[in-house]
Design a protein around this ligand. Structure first.
Ligand code: PGA
Length: 245
């Protein structure tokens, strides 16, 4: 696991954007795995700005998102479909049919996991996956205790995750209790992974990831078993880890 320590959220976002842009230049039809949440917002802004200023094209890029809430209409303000559209897709030249997000409205939730796995395989696998990290060490919506063998599936959200995400909803009751997420094994199949973290609220999660043992109690620790992971984190997120810049 390579760790890039930066000073600020903006630098984290810029550094990640450069790596994605480089990947797109190397492989114009790359499959990019995307994440939602507050962390990647700055990265998406950088990609949009670069698209406008430098013309990096997404016409052949395919994207797969990590997760989606179960039961929220696709056009709900809090669905990850809406998040991706508003924060990235509508600002770049990617054809909508090349963007993929688990279907949280499916009438066949059990089959949706397999459909999504088959879809990713059909695309040739994820070339570069972007991840955030939860306060409890989750990646995607894989909460502590998730098997490292897990594949895309329905999961129940941890209370702490629902609380952390309640800031986007009118009340805690409105936060969905379940989601569909790529599993740990699905994420680990990605050829390259970039994990982003910013702020002191992520310091314990990063300490656990970098200094702790590999255990299913800490989903992100699975990444230590992958040989192409870059962690880009600001000094606040790395404040409990003793590493030089
Ligand atoms: P955040 O979420 O970027 O909103 O902090 C990260 C995550 O839960 O994976």
């Amino acid at each position: 696991m390579k760790i890039i320590k930066v000073d600020t959220y903006e630098e984290m976002s810029f550094t990640a954007a450069q790596l994605i842009i480089q990947k797109i230049q190397e492989k114009p039809n790359a499959v990019i795995g995307l994440a939602t949440g507050s962390t990647p917002l700055g990265l998406y802004k950088e990609l949009i700005q670069d698209h406008h200023n430098n013309g990096t094209s997404y016409k052949q890029i395919r994207t797969v998102n990590l997760d989606e809430y179960l039961g929220l209409p696709t056009d709900d303000q809090n669905s990850y479909h809406t998040f991706m559209k508003e924060n990235l897709f509508q600002h770049i030249d990617i054809p909508e049919e090349q963007t993929h997000i688990p279907n949280g409205q499916t009438e066949h939730p059990e089959a949706e996991g397999q459909r999504y796995e088959d879809l990713i395989q059909g695309l040739g696998g994820v070339d570069l996956q972007i991840l955030g990290i939860g306060h409890n060490g989750h990646i995607g919506f894989n909460e502590p205790g998730t098997s490292f063998d897990s594949r895309t599936k329905i999961v129940e959200l941890a209370n702490s995750t629902r609380k952390a995400n309640a800031r986007f909803f009118e009340s805690m009751q409105d936060v969905p209790s379940h989601a569909i997420t790529m599993g740990i094994a699905s994420i680990m199949d990605s050829k390259e992974i970039i994990l982003l973290a910013s702020g002191t609220s992520k310091a314990e999660a990063l300490q656990q990831l970098i200094m702790g043992e590999v255990t299913e109690d800490s989903p992100a620790s699975s990444l230590k078993l992958h040989d192409n992971v870059i962690v880009i984190a600001d000094k606040e997120a790395l404040s409990l880890v003793d590493i030089e810049k």
